[in-house]
Design a protein around this ligand. Structure first.
Ligand SMILES: Nc1nc2c(ncn2[C@@H]2O[C@H](COP(=O)(O)OP(=O)(O)O)[C@@H](O)[C@H]2O)c(=O)[nH]1
Ligand SMILES: [Mg+2]
Length: 316
């Protein structure tokens, strides 16, 4: 299911919502007090009903969200509170409609319209005030979820390896010249998304700062981001710089590789970068300068993408 976090609705505070409904009602007229009061109540009923329904329907069904997004949403705002807040809006919707129907019945039954109206206004305001926390939560959640990158369902290759080994250089050589940069929902992390065109488009993801250091040193939210990548990645391209010019010993790089292997249950393509500077050929060696090995890497990715789309069961 598609999820566009940038399209989530802005949510009013309880006071703003009360003002909105009552302001609309204040403009309503009628031939007499009774009719005017009934018109006011049906206006409030419409305003609230359409408001609550719109907010709830503009949120996706979080249970049916692709696992990558579910993880992201849970890490960023908390799925439990999100669902509770939407349920609170539905509760407020049915409560306010009940209060209004009761008011309408009382007026039709001959009670003083102004007295009934006052009582209904008070009750409605009190119900809406009770969901003030949830309304604010939903609005903050919208702001936070804006940061979640929107990605496609294409076959996805995620790049990993220590800093300065050449990941970004390779990503920009094999995929669309200018990768889209989306911020990851953590202070400094960004995710770079490029595409390799072809009969099966390939999404190429560079995640500086995520898969470039041992995982146990990560804070909780970074760990969750790495977890989320598991749902997204069809293959990991692990880049090793055997020249160690990157500043990390080969041994250290290989130990990160085995850590990632143990964490991710998906194919891993191991490559050497900077092949113009060394002669190691026991892995596929690529150079962005001589372009040595680049076509081969793209060919391997394309073959994997093709065979994945043949797989009728697919994955998430
Ligand atoms: N000689 C050589 N240098 C490279 C090659 N690929 C990347 N570099 C250099 O390695 C450095 C780090 O590259 P970068 O792509 O930023 O690494 P990242 O941190 O893994 O994304 C840069 O100075 C690149 O110019 C290559 O194939 N050959
Ligand atoms: Mg980089």
């Amino acid at each position: 299911m598609t999820f566009n976090p940038r399209k989530l609705p802005t949510v009013l505070t309880s006071q703003e919502l009360i003002d909105k409904a009552f302001r609309k009602a204040s403009k309503v007229t009628g031939r007499n007090k009774k009719e005017k009061s009934l018109n006011k109540l049906s206006t409030i009923s419409n305003v609230l009903e359409s408001y609550f329904s719109r907010i709830v329907s503009e949120h996706p069904s979080y249970d049916n969200l692709a696992p990558f997004y579910r993880e992201m949403v849970d890490a960023v705002v908390g799925l439990g509170q999100l669902k509770k807040s939407l349920a609170a809006l539905q509760w407020a919707n049915s409560m306010t409609q009940k209060i209004i129907s009761r008011g309408i019945r009382k007026i039709k039954g001959g009670q003083n319209p102004e007295t009934v109206l006052k009582e209904v206004y008070g009750r409605i305001a009190s119900v809406i005030e009770q969901i003030d926390y949830e309304l604010r939560f939903l609005n903050e959640a919208k702001q936070k979820m804006r940061e979640i990158p929107t990605l496609s369902n294409d076959f996805t290759a995620v790049f990993a390896g220590y800093p300065n080994v050449g990941k970004s250089s390779i990503v920009s050589v094999i995929s669309t010249v200018k990768p889209e940069i989306a911020s990851y929902p953590f202070t400094t992390k960004k995710i770079y998304v490029g595409y390799i065109a072809g009969s099966k488009r390939i999404q190429v993801i560079d995640t500086p700062g995520l898969l470039d250091r041992p995982i146990e040193k990560r804070n909780r939210i970074e760990k969750r981001a790495i977890l989320a990548l598991k749902h997204l990645a069809d293959v990991i391209v692990f880049v090793i710089d055997p020249t160690e010019i990157c500043g990390f010993e080969l041994e250290k790089q290989l130990s990160l590789l085995s850590e990632i292997k143990s964490q991710f249950d998906i194919p891993i393509i191991e490559i050497y970068s900077k092949s113009d500077l060394h002669d190691k050929r026991d892995r596929l060696s690529v150079s962005i300068y001589t372009e040595n090995g680049i076509d081969e890497l793209v060919r391997i990715l394309k073959n994997m993408a093709e065979s994945k789309s043949d797989d009728v069961t697919g994955n998430d």
